[in-house]
Design a protein around this ligand. Structure first.
Ligand SMILES: [Zn+2]
Length: 401
């Protein structure tokens, strides 16, 4: 792989051994659509390591053996790429970047990132906004990134919006981040300007510890994506932008509760489609409605009926993505046995007792927050959430086994 930056424009060329259909760090197959993308509003004089890691978040799935950058990187970055991915990176020759002192939040506006923001009320935001690619047709026009960017502006936080078409480098399954970390490409290039030493993400207990989302449902302390000692954690650390997961120890029930009770509650939006509010008809709206109804202890309020395609997966047996939250909702939403979740209820039969661990914070998630920001997170969790008991900790650590 050969990469070239021209200002905020990234071009890349595959080497003979590279592949058009690659694999992201989570094992997901991703097919290349086009070998260029751009980020707006980023400086062109960032540290070369920042350009290198920003590029890696885009090109990693399609890179097999080596990567050649257009400017020398530090030995530290080359070592992190070698140790994490077995990739030869060069040329090597730059001094490593020194970490700054500021923690910014990679802010999407969803409940999880609003909760992360609530932990650090003074942290600036960097918001990734999808824009169209000049040479790739947009096959998924429902995504209202303009609405999400407006909501981010209304938070009143110190905000930098980075527009990018990098999701269109990915042809299949549909436009999206080539690697999850590509959401941070703009923040990385801004790291010198913002004095960043850390970047906070809204990844919660399920993503960090339970192997949720695209993965197998199993306790995963060595999660390659988000563990500080994982490949990505070490790569980000090598450029002095430590990955921080302020809500990595709490479930989506807790992030939901924190979000709807926070100063930013009027700007929370997990739906990518809605304009004046959540669309209420997409799969994500349904999933979040189950969690919100559980948190508010009220019946499910959705126009989606069991015969809709979006409800199909709830007619099938588990496992489900985010299954811990499905169990949490099933155990708490009054009348859930009369909804489209009835089949899932038959299969899982959770109770409030079997899901109470999802109301508390998993202590190791605090220990892995870098020192400058740890105490604040610990105090926040003690005050607003509470920590898991030993029994509850065991629930986390035996998940899926
Ligand atoms: Zn929706």
């Amino acid at each position: 792989m050969r990469v070239t930056w021209t200002g905020g424009e990234l071009g890349f060329r595959l080497d003979p051994e590279d592949e058009i259909t690659g694999r992201a760090a989570d094992g997901y197959p991703v097919k290349l659509a086009i070998n260029s993308c751009a980020l707006s509003g980023v400086p062109d004089d960032a540290h070369p390591d920042l350009f290198a890691v920003a590029a890696w978040t885009v090109v990693a799935p399609w890179t097999r053996r080596k990567i050649t950058f257009d400017r020398a990187v530090s030995a530290e970055v080359a070592a992190a790429l070698h140790d994490g991915w077995g990739i030869e990176a060069g040329p090597v020759g730059a001094e490593p970047r020194r970490a700054g002192r500021t923690l910014a939040i990679s802010y999407s506006g969803g409940a999880d990132s609003v909760a992360a923001a609530a932990v650090y009320p003074d942290a600036p935001f960097v918001h990734f906004r999808r824009v169209s690619h000049p040479r790739v047709p947009n096959r998924w026009p429902h995504y209202r990134s303009d609405v999400l960017a407006k909501l981010a502006e209304r938070t009143g936080r110190d905000l930098t919006v980075v527009g990018s078409d990098l999701e269109f480098t990915l042809a299949e399954p549909r436009p999206g981040y080539p690697e999850h970390h590509a959401v941070a490409a703009g923040a990385l290039l801004l790291a010198d300007r913002l004095g960043l030493g850390g970047l906070g993400f809204g990844y919660e207990l399920g993503s960090r510890w339970l192997g949720g989302d695209r993965y197998v449902l199993r306790y995963t302390p060595d999660n390659v994506l988000w563990a500080p000692h994982g490949a990505w954690g070490r790569l980000f650390a090598a450029v002095g932008v430590h990955i921080v997961l302020p809500v990595g120890g709490v479930s989506e029930a807790v992030t939901m509760r924190l979000a709807v009770n926070s100063d930013l509650k009027d700007q929370v939006r997990w739906c990518l489609r809605g304009t004046d509010g959540p669309c209420r008809t997409c799969g994500k709206c349904l999933y979040k409605e189950l969690i919100l109804a559980a948190v508010e202890r009220r019946p499910l309020d959705t126009p989606i009926t069991a015969d809709r395609p979006v409800a199909r997966k709830w007619r099938l047996p588990p496992p489900y993505g985010g299954q811990e939250m499905i169990e949490y909702g099933l155990a708490r939403v009054p009348g859930i046995e009369h909804t489209l979740f009835a089949k899932a209820l038959d299969h899982l039969r959770p109770t409030e007792e079997s899901t109470s661990w999802l109301d508390h914070c998993y202590p190791p998630s605090i220990e892995e927050i870098p020192a400058p920001w740890r105490e604040r997170a610990a105090a926040f969790m003690a005050e607003h959430v509470g920590f898991m008991t030993d029994d509850e900790i065991r629930r986390v650590e035996t998940w899926g086994s």
